[in-house]
Design a protein. Structure first.
Length: 389
């Protein structure tokens, strides 16, 4: 019997927040199992919704601010103060996320993380002892250069002129002048919740892997890759702690290289789920489930590389719980994600992406109902074939 269902999805980029996805799945569960107990656990991975989710989970609050957006405009944004009153959460997606970049302006060569640095500065104003930066859903590829500039670093070319915003400028970087860095950074613990599989440079570097998704042409990808190589070299020489590997260190490529920029300030780059999910008591909630449903926009061979469904499945299997994964698209490797017992696409017929994004909640609810009806039917089938007389 399915008496208790844990619903633990990620958000669907540009369609549903994690909370909205959890609500949609719960609605589908109720159509089939109206008496089941549903435990919604909308999950954050450092991207959109992270600050709000952690504030809610800890009894904290959101703090509204105005900061520089990814294309240089001023916008309303926020950071979180957690319930312990010693920790602030800066969600980079809330000020430099891809959803904040108009489609006609999507070029990661010119977008900036300047607003991230402004939010870190605003968090410092509150007197917290630690700042957690959530990385994910970024619309940038500037290596965190804008964030460092907002915090007081000067990025200079060979003629001593400060670089303008954008990753395309990093090929001209000659020197980092750190004398103006905010001195309060020395007295705060800076943590970065990131995907450790994302690295700054090389063939699997962030510009090559994620640049095209953010609007980069092949030529721009190569320009950004060269710029980030130079960024790593100059940062290592002029600012980073001794022994830091800014090129290939785990998480250095997070959010278009923001991880590397913050690591140069002495930040600790930590696997995002170790940092984020403990606030939600996820393991104990999974252990009480009869079925676990997780979801994300795409399920494919990249899912095991630090995506929410893979982490949920891994943790659920520690308690021997069955896992159903729902996804907007099922790509190569979707049926081979460790710990996922079954997967189901939510789009029932071919449709334009724009339509699918708008109808995300409806599609997810309907897909949950279809999948659960198959599960219930399977549970009713005899375990032994009937004898023919």
């Amino acid at each position: 019997m399915l008496n208790r269902v844990v619903v633990a999805p990620s958000g669907f980029k540009e369609s549903l927040s994690a909370e909205a996805a959890a609500d949609a799945i719960a609605a589908g569960v109720r159509r089939v199992l109206p008496d089941a107990g549903i435990d919604p656990v909308p999950l954050v991975d450092g991207g959109e919704g992270t600050a709000a989710a952690l504030a809610a989970a800890t009894g904290g609050r959101l703090v509204a601010r105005t900061a520089t957006g990814p294309v240089g405009e001023r916008l309303g944004t926020h950071f979180a103060l957690l319930g312990d009153r010693d920790t602030a959460v800066v969600e980079m997606a809330a000020v430099a996320g891809l959803s904040l970049v108009p489609r006609a302006l999507r070029d990661p060569g010119v977008t900036t993380t300047h607003g991230v640095g402004e939010l870190i500065s605003a968090a410092l104003d509150t007197g917290v002892r630690r700042i957690l930066v959530g990385c994910g859903d970024s619309g940038t590829s500037d290596g965190g250069a804008g964030a460092l500039q907002a915090l007081g670093a000067r990025l200079l070319d060979a003629d001593g002129r400060e670089l303008p915003f954008g990753g395309r400028e990093l090929t001209r970087l000659a020197r980092v002048d750190a004398r103006g860095l905010d001195p309060r950074l020395r007295d705060v613990e800076l943590r970065v919740a990131c995907n450790p599989y994302n690295v700054l440079c090389g063939e699997r570097g962030v510009a090559r892997v994620f640049g095209p998704q953010k609007g980069a042409t092949p030529a721009r990808v190569e320009q950004l890759s060269a710029g980030l190589e130079n960024w790593a070299y100059v940062l290592t020489r002029d600012l980073a702690p001794a022994g830091a590997d800014l090129r290939q260190g785990p998480g250095t490529g997070a959010s278009g290289g923001l991880g590397a920029g913050l690591a140069a300030l002495g930040a600790r780059l930590l696997p995002r789920f170790e940092v984020l999910l403990d606030h939600l008591d996820l393991d104990a909630r999974l252990a009480r489930a009869d079925l676990v449903i997780t979801a994300e926009g795409a399920l494919d061979d990249q899912t095991p590389r630090g995506k929410v469904p893979a982490e949920v499945a891994r943790r659920a299997k520690l308690s021997g719980r069955p896992v159903l994964a729902l996804a907007g698209t099922l790509g190569e490797g979707a049926h081979e994600v460790p710990g996922v017992d079954a997967c189901h696409g939510i789009v029932p017929a071919p449709m334009e992406l724009a339509e699918a994004l708008v109808r995300g909640a409806e599609l997810l609810t309907d897909a949950t109902e279809r999948a659960l009806r198959m599960i219930v039917l399977g549970a009713r089938l005899p375990t032994q074939p009937a004898l023919v007389r």
